[in-house]
Ligand binder design. Structure first.
Ligand SMILES: [Zn+2]
Ligand SMILES: [Zn+2]
Length: 154
């Protein structure tokens, strides 16, 4: 009788332990909110006809495809001089048609100041989603002399 009681107590204890462990490991997966993937960013066109060339005093055509499962919170575009120079062009989108959306075709024209020195630049296109997850796409850009012929593209 005693032995049987002891066995069932032991069994109960082991079961509790086992359930406890199972519950514990389950917590990690189930307790969190749905996992949204980081934004996926593809730069589809940089510069007129994807030339990656911009002209001082003109604007640079920029197109990107963005998929952000958690919704887009903000988009930051930064174009900085490569090498010695520290000239920077920055543009942020924190409201408007892209914000809160999950899948966009980004299309904007970035103003290149007349004072922008000619030469090699580096473009960062950073998307932050509503969970704070960030993805940056990068591209080499050249600021070169040239006409304003790229103002007329769509
Ligand atoms: Zn355009
Ligand atoms: Zn850079």
């Amino acid at each position: 009788m005693n032995k049987l009681k002891y066995s069932s107590l032991l069994l109960a204890f082991v079961s509790t332990l086992f359930i406890g462990l199972t519950a514990c490991s389950d917590d990690d997966d189930d307790n969190q909110e749905v996992n949204f993937k980081k934004p996926v960013v593809t730069l589809t066109e940089v510069g007129h006809a994807n030339s990656s060339v911009a002209h001082p005093g003109s604007d640079m055509h920029l197109e990107a495809n963005v998929v952000a499962e958690a919704g887009i919170k903000r988009i930051d575009v930064e174009i900085h001089q490569e090498g010695k120079g520290s000239f920077e062009i920055e543009k942020s989108y924190t409201e408007g048609k892209y914000i809160g959306v999950r899948n966009i075709e980004f299309h904007e024209h970035i103003d290149i100041p007349e004072t922008a020195p000619l030469g090699e630049y580096h473009l960062h296109f950073t998307v932050t989603d509503n969970l704070g997850q960030q993805t940056t796409a990068e591209k080499h850009v050249e600021v070169a002399e040239g006409g304003n012929d790229d103002d007329d593209d769509d």
